[in-house]
Design a protein around this ligand. Structure first.
Ligand code: CIR
Length: 260
């Protein structure tokens, strides 16, 4: 069974962190409606959604992906690169504790989960304005004993690694080559986004299904030509907070729970 941790959109979302976007007003009711629809699509796929209550004082807390890396063997709580987000770890630690042994990134390391792409036993970690070398070294230390290999990836022009590349099938990546060098991922089949849709590389793979935003029709055509027919989920309001689809959940399997 797959689980997803989500967190309701904060009433303070209009005070969110922004790095590459100009601030524009976010309609809270619309953002919440889109977020509920996202949760319902996950439920429709048979995922058990653990929807955490709103955090009024944490504007970016809907973007739970940044707060933990959940592997089959353990979970790693991050130390988010934006100071305003560091208290988000408290509720996520409590939500994950029944399912995984927890580790945590320590200072001076900072890491956002959006910079971490797990593909089978390889973990790609983006060096970004949020994720530093000290944290990637710690990530390596926590995960290599479990058989993972951590590969560092350089980014330019985007917030997180998963703004520029995500999995759309076990062996296929959707990539924006303007933001990340595709040669980093030579083991994969690669679909490039349409250059007119720079934010189009963030898709959410859940089991064998791909969730995708209707805002990127030209890239969607490329997915469909490759035999990938996504379920459409609109996250345009959260996009104004520089979030996308992967950011809004932590998805993991319960088959590897804590040792008895
Ligand atoms: C931030 O800047 O931290 C939030 N406003 C957006 C985070 C989006 N998260 C993600 O892409 N994983």
């Amino acid at each position: 069974m797959l689980h997803a941790i989500t967190c309701a959109v904060s009433r303070s979302i209009n005070e969110c962190e922004l790095t590459h976007l100009e601030r524009t007003p976010i309609d809270l009711a619309r953002a919440r409606q889109q977020h509920h629809a996202y949760e319902n699509v996950l439920r429709g796929l048979g995922v058990q959604v653990h929807s955490l209550p709103e955090e009024p004082g944490l504007p970016d807390s809907v973007f739970v992906e940044d707060i933990a890396i959940v592997l089959d063997e353990c979970a790693l709580l991050t130390r988010p690169g934006a100071i305003s987000r560091q208290a988000e770890t408290n509720s996520i630690a409590a939500a994950l504790a029944p399912y995984r042994v927890l580790y945590q990134i320590q200072a001076p390391g900072t890491l956002d989960g959006g910079d971490v792409l797990v593909a089978s036993q390889t973990i790609y970690a983006g060096l970004s304005s949020r994720t530093n070398q000290a944290a990637i070294d710690q990530l390596r230390g926590f995960t290599e004993p479990h058989g993972y290999t951590v590969k560092e990836v350089r980014l330019s022009g985007c917030l997180h690694l998963k703004s520029s590349v995500t999995l759309v099938a076990a062996n296929t990546l959707l990539v924006n080559p303007a933001w990340v060098e595709p040669l980093n991922f030579q083991a994969f089949k690669m679909i490039e986004i349409h250059p007119s849709e720079p934010y189009a590389a963030n898709a959410l793979l859940v089991g064998a299904c791909v969730l995708y935003q209707p805002a990127f029709p030209r890239t969607r055509e490329r997915l469909e030509s490759a035999g990938i027919h996504p379920l459409l989920v609109d996250a345009s309001e959260l996009g104004k907070a520089e979030g996308a689809l992967t950011c809004c959940s932590l998805i993991f399997s319960s088959s590897s729970a804590l040792p008895a």
